[in-house]
Design a binder for this molecule. Structure first.
Ligand code: ZN
Length: 224
């Protein structure tokens, strides 16, 4: 499935994703547009050294040619796919985009909103692990909300900016709900700070999983 933010960019071409001077994929552009799975899949495609121009390719067929049978197959798939409200996703994406943060921050927030961060609950859902308990505090199931806002590992970061109580008043069903709630009535600077702290919390979480403590660095980087 295509990232929803790309379905609106009708004039985007494969060539726009390539850094011709470096002779490589333009990683920054790819990570800012596609979700993690798609970005990794694109970056795994070797590029031709001869730089051939773009051409139309009908992906359901191996040879790239359209056939009625493959068109029918694709139409049937479409009926079975879950309905996604692209309108509200696009609004959410444009809000993240308008934060004007570094592409990595925007990509992180988008992944968190899409529920794509590899927290334990997500890994259990994908049958990669049986146990969804938070590997750090071992007190609760590790959801994205838990890892970023609630875990004992990150409380200090939110408390440092006096944000913990305010932030945890928001919806706890998913990061997307929480983020949408945070967007209401806050300016881009506040949102960028909250987004950067959330990103810092995720960074601390990933370091804590391998036994490192980096909260102080995150708090220093975010200013006091
Ligand atoms: Zn925890």
């Amino acid at each position: 499935m295509l990232s929803s933010n790309i379905t609106q960019q009708h004039d985007l071409r494969v060539a726009d994703l390539i850094d011709y001077e470096a002779g490589a994929w333009n990683k920054e552009v790819i990570w800012s547009i596609f979700n993690e799975e798609e970005a990794r899949a694109i970056l795994a495609i070797p590029l031709s050294a001869s730089h051939p121009s773009d051409s139309l390719f009908w992906w359901p067929n191996k040879n790239g040619e359209y056939t009625v049978k493959s068109g029918y197959w694709l139409a049937k798939q479409g009926n079975q796919m879950p309905r996604i409200d692209l309108g509200s996703e696009n609004i959410l994406w444009s809000k993240i985009w308008n934060l004007n943060g570094p592409p990595k921050l925007r990509h992180f927030l988008w992944q968190a909103c899409k529920g794509s961060l590899p927290v334990m609950e997500r890994l259990r859902h994908r049958h990669i692990t049986m146990n969804a308990m938070c590997p750090i505090c071992k007190e609760e199931e590790e959801t994205i909300i838990h890892a970023i806002f609630e875990c004992s590992n990150v409380r200090e970061i939110w408390q440092h900016r006096n944000l913990q109580e305010t932030i945890n008043e928001g919806p706890a069903g998913s990061f997307m709900e929480r983020w949408k709630w945070l967007c209401e009535g806050r300016n881009a600077d506040d949102l960028r700070l909250i987004g950067a702290l959330a990103w810092g919390c995720w960074f601390c979480r990933n370091k804590a999983v391998v036994g490192q403590t980096v909260q102080q660095k995150v708090m220093t980087a975010a200013g006091s």
